[in-house]
Design a protein around this ligand. Structure first.
Ligand code: UDP
Ligand code: GLC
Length: 405
């Protein structure tokens, strides 16, 4: 509550609001990084539920946010993006146990926030069972490009029946939800990012970091910062590297899910091509993203399917680095092409190489784009703004919350 007092709105409740945040994952993806920042100010009164341990629970622990791991929910991990009815039936008993456990927790909380699709299922049941208002925070584009028909139908119907409010991370995510039959009401809560570590990183000795990473001091380094997964498209940057003969690529991230391991292997094989040898550097998962971005010449975002929001795009701008990103999903909401960065069609390695080359050829123009981009992100995607939007969401679903100016 303390840090909320500092925000633009004052949250007035008879008692401090108790929020039950539910997220299925133990991995630290963008949705979980969002939730860490969202939940931190409510740590005194609230609880985060996850279904497995991992980097996410380690961070909750480190940041003193109370959490519980419901291991019965781990069975939901077996349901894949394009899952069948049979898979769904298989996990029903575990789903029922998880829903009951979430309901048990919900009895001592005022609002439930489900932060993923797999969290929505048990959270919706718990919300109806206990009469607790439910906010579903949607981080995914519910489109055929990303999810099978059955999953889209199921989550949209559950949300329509059970969510008091649907919060989305971008306008693109909202459009996909309503195009698929989602009814809302809807509120937009884009990711809010802390600018401070990016500002600090700009003061660091990035040449020392280049040395530590075995990167050249005098050649352009193109950084790509996403988990290794086919739709994140790191292979497109390696294709583009054939047309950028002096550049090096820094690949930051790991295969966060077992199904993505073959793709990670494929990237390593691709990097062994004689024309690329010695120019592709794999750094694995890293926690020092602002420092690494500061050590890069350009930041590249390569997703071949539409990105729902794209924290890395906003982070690249915040690092005051020129950004080239793919023109789909929520990304065009973050980047104003030719003003704050460049957009290229997803999967088009020739266009990506040409965009990178144009920035490398004109460092002054590249610096102007980066400067504008950083100012845009600070204005539109600040942490305070995200918390104010979340307070507005709470006000809409919980009768005892009043917002005073
Ligand atoms: N990230 C990280 N370490 C890595 C690679 C990525 O902390 O090694 C962070 C990155 O800085 C970003 C997040 O993971 O904040 C990825 O979020 P994004 O929205 O870009 O994509 P997602 O993986 O959630 O689809
Ligand atoms: C999801 C999306 C990503 C978004 C993140 C945080 O992981 O794939 O685009 O930035 O959630 O909202």
């Amino acid at each position: 509550m303390r840090s909320l007092m500092a925000s633009r709105f004052l949250l007035v409740t008879s008692m401090p609001l108790r929020i039950l945040f539910v997220d299925h994952s133990g991995a630290l993806g963008g949705a979980e990084l969002f939730l860490l920042d969202l939940a931190r100010p409510y740590a005194d009164t609230s609880t985060v539920i996850t279904f497995e341990s991992g980097r996410f629970t380690e961070q909750l622990e480190a940041q003193a946010v109370p959490y519980r791991i419901l291991e019965s929910g781990a069975a939901l991990q077996r349901v894949r993006k394009n899952g069948t009815w049979m898979q769904g039936l298989y996990v029903l008993p575990a789903l029922a146990r998880t829903a009951q456990a979430v309901a048990q927790q919900a009895r001592s909380h005022d609002v439930i926030v489900a932060n993923s699709q797999k969290a929505l299922l048990p959270a919706a049941w718990a919300a109806r069972r206990t009469g607790t208002p439910l906010i579903w925070m949607v981080h995914d584009l519910l489109t055929p490009e990303h999810f099978g028909w059955m999953q889209r139908q199921l989550v949209t119907r559950i949300a329509n029946a059970s969510a008091a409010l649907v919060a989305v991370n971008s306008r693109a995510t909202a459009r996909a939800f309503t195009d698929g039959g989602g009814t809302g009401p809807i509120i937009e809560i884009p990711n809010g990012l802390d600018a401070a570590p990016f500002e600090r990183a700009r003061q660091n000795d990035s040449q020392a970091l280049r040395t530590a990473l075995n990167l050249p001091h005098d050649a352009p380094v193109l950084g790509v910062f996403s988990r290794l997964a086919a739709w994140k498209g790191q292979h497109v940057l390696l294709e583009a590297l054939h047309d950028l003969p002096t550049a090096h690529v820094l690949i930051v991230g790991e295969a966060a899910f077992p199904g993505d391991k073959p793709y990670a292997e494929q990237l390593r094989t691709q990097a062994h091509h004689p024309a690329l040898r010695g120019r592709v550097h794999f750094a694995g998962h890293r926690a020092d993203i602002p420092d690494l971005m500061a050590a890069c010449t350009l930041i590249v975002h390569t997703s071949t399917a539409a990105e729902p929001f794209g924290r890395v795009v906003a982070e690249g701008l915040l690092a005051r680095r020129p950004v080239v990103a793919t023109d789909a999903g929520g990304v065009p909401e973050i980047i104003r092409p030719q003003h704050s960065g460049l957009l290229v069609p997803p999967g088009d390695s020739a266009a990506l190489a040409a965009a990178c080359q144009s920035l490398l050829d004109d460092p002054d123009w590249a610096a102007t784009l980066a400067h504008t981009g950083a100012a845009d992100v600070r204005t539109r995607y600040g942490l305070k703004r995200m918390h104010a939007q979340f307070e507005e969401a709470l006000r809409r679903v919980h009768p005892s919350v009043r917002i005073a100016a």
